[in-house]
Design a protein around this ligand. Structure first.
Ligand code: COA
Length: 319
């Protein structure tokens, strides 16, 4: 038995934060941000919204697109770095909010911006093992809560949002291949070092990043991981219809596309409007490209991402 994506959904909070708005908060400019990152604006969740709320909206849209009832789900995986709380997992909270009463397994995956490809690969393996017929895989993030809004080198980069996919068991494979990697020796390059300790936050509870080091590592790792994944099914980059990369920075996206010999016309870009929504960015971009008709049945699509850890991975899909 194989797995296939049969529905996608996404959710963006209403509040838009533009680069011009950021000019009023920190010493930056619209021109600097656009030139270095490609980002023009990002969304910010309301104070009373949690990651599970964003996930719920995206999941409902994906379930509706798939024509699947919540109680048909046999697995719920949420990729998030900004969970509702320490525990229970955001996936368990989401399960209850969706009204799933069948006691299917639900858990979070913490692989930062690599989280969605990790979660999708795990769900595919679970379904290939014949454990369930429908799975929900979600990326949901509220990075605005872990940004130091006085640190111009990080606060301009991220945004909030959620994306979801529904997988169904199928006789023919929709998910063709995946590869995952991690290298914890680089954990200091991109982190939120804070933790709850004795009832207080100990350490810095904000994103800390060595931007240049992340950039350099990402460009090489993402090119390599796409080639490795395609090699599993003896495909070449030029046979790809779409590259849907993690949306961190337009320059990383362009460098990866160039390395793979793919024109930007075959790359889905949303970073300009969403910023980096971490684990949510890939399913958000996928949903947008599916709904606007760019991604069509039968096409080959690679999803790839990298995040703190470092973690990185790619998933090849025949849509
Ligand atoms: N506005 C204006 N100036 C800024 C700024 C901002 N928002 N943020 C940093 N700067 C300044 C720096 O202080 C530095 O000034 P200095 O030369 O006087 O010290 C200058 O801009 C250049 O900084 P630099 O780090 O060399 O810029 P860069 O071209 O490497 O771009 C990033 C910085 C962060 C955009 C880039 O390194 C990057 O995208 N890295 C990857 C980040 C990422 O994708 N992380 C998530 C991965 S999942």
């Amino acid at each position: 038995m194989y797995s296939r994506i049969v529905g996608t959904g996404s959710y963006l909070p209403r509040k838009i934060l533009t680069n011009r708005d950021l000019e009023k908060l920190v010493d930056t400019s619209h021109e600097w941000i656009v030139t270095r990152t490609g980002i023009e604006e990002r969304r910010i969740a309301d104070e009373d919204q949690k990651a599970s709320d964003l996930a719920m909206e995206a999941s409902r849209a994906a379930l509706e697109a798939a024509g699947i009832r919540p109680n048909d789900l046999g697995l719920i995986v949420v990729a998030t770095t900004t969970p509702d709380q320490v525990f229970p997992s955001t996936a368990c909270v989401l399960q209850a909010k969706l009204g799933v009463e069948n006691a299917c397994p639900a858990f979070d995956v913490q692989a930062v911006c690599g989280g969605f490809v990790y979660a999708l690969a795990l769900a595919d393996l679970y379904m290939r093992a014949g454990k369930c017929r429908h799975a929900l895989v979600v990326g949901s993030e509220i990075y605005s809560r872990i940004l130091d809004w006085t640190d111009r080198s990080t606060c301009v980069l991220f945004g909030d949002g959620a994306g979801a996919v529904v997988l169904a068991a199928d006789d023919t494979p929709g998910i063709l291949a995946h590869r995952l990697h991690a290298d914890g020796r680089h954990s200091g390059s991109l982190m939120v070092p804070g933790q709850i300790c004795g009832g207080r936050v100990s350490g810095r509870p904000y994103v800390v990043m060595e931007g240049g080091a992340v950039f350099k590592f990402a460009v090489k790792a993402l090119g390599d991981i796409v080639e490795e994944t395609l090699a599993e099914v003896a495909m070449k980059p030029e046979e790809l219809d779409w590259l849907i990369p993690h949306q961190a920075n337009i320059r990383i996206i362009q460098a990866t596309a160039k390395r793979l010999g793919l024109p930007m016309e075959r790359v889905v870009v949303t970073v300009d409007k969403h910023g980096n929504t971490s684990a949510a960015s890939i399913p958000l971009a996928l949903d947008i490209a599916v709904r606007d008709g760019r991604v069509r049945r039968g096409q080959h699509v690679v999803l790839e991402g990298i995040g703190g850890g470092f973690t990185w991975g790619a998933v090849l899909i025949r849509w």
